[in-house]
Design a protein around this ligand. Sequence first.
Ligand code: SAM
Length: 299
Amino acid sequence: MEQFKHFPVMAKEATDALNCQNGKIYVDATLGGGGYSAIIAEKISPDGKLFSFDIDDDAILAAKENLKNYKNITIIKSSHTNIANCLKQIGIEKITGGVVYDFGASYYQLTSKDRGFSFSKEAPLDMRFNKNDDFSAYDVVNNYNEENLVKIFSEYGEERFSKRIAKAIVEYRKKKKLETTLELSNLIVQTTPRIKTKIHPATRVFQAIRIEVNSELENIKNTLINILPFLDTGAIISTVTFHSMEDRIVKNFFRDNSKKFHDGKLEILTKKPITATTEEIKQNPPSRSAKLRIAKVIE
Ligand SMILES: C[S@@+](CC[C@H](N)C(=O)[O-])C[C@H]1O[C@@H](n2cnc3c(N)ncnc32)[C@H](O)[C@@H]1O
């Protein structure tokens, strides 16, 4: 495995939001390299408990090593959509402290040379967060019909040349299957007009395929629905998102479950999302699109 690198985004803000207290139960729903988990574990020592979830074996391996000195962390390989069931199985009835989500992919996943997320590194078309899943980028690119390709490129990638790209993929497939990242990225480059922009022409399509392969948007909806009944009064939900589509799902969920607007059990603590400081954006440019939203269970 390549060296696991990830630069946690808004780590201080997202974990401060949890108002960590010794003795309570916390969940890091998206462990990654364990950046957030280390901060939480430190704050809740010695009697607090942290349960950290991920579905990527590489992340879990790296985090286990990074967090090996903390005694109060349990790492669980499972989707965050299944947190409540996993915790019930080990005798936990409620999350008393809070849960933090840092949605999307890690730097390691996006740049790793063999995971198939990068349009500039030759690899089989893969992009699965969970290597045990059967469904990969190969299936999307080779099996989706033209209409569905257009839909995901437009909706998840906001790609303006969705139709041309989808058509080119379908034409190409008549001769042979698309096997690799560079095969797809070269096809996109050939198909789209040369316009002056800082981003590579394949960026948006690769993002869209990644979101589709990993059901990222459905998972955000489902995890929030499933976790809410499992949060004790006073517990916090802290979420970091990177795309407007993700942010909209969190925003709507908070609003639909807020005491103020729908007699729900949440108090929204961030009227507007919190964004990264200019200092952080300078040091870690991907943080520029991060949005942090926080809510508290007040029932
Ligand atoms: C942005 S990274 C998290 C980085 C982490 N906060 C840190 O400080 O290192 C997102 C992580 O979420 C994981 N992930 C994606 N979908 C998931 C799911 N359904 N359940 C659990 N983890 C998931 C990815 O594998 C990735 O490791």
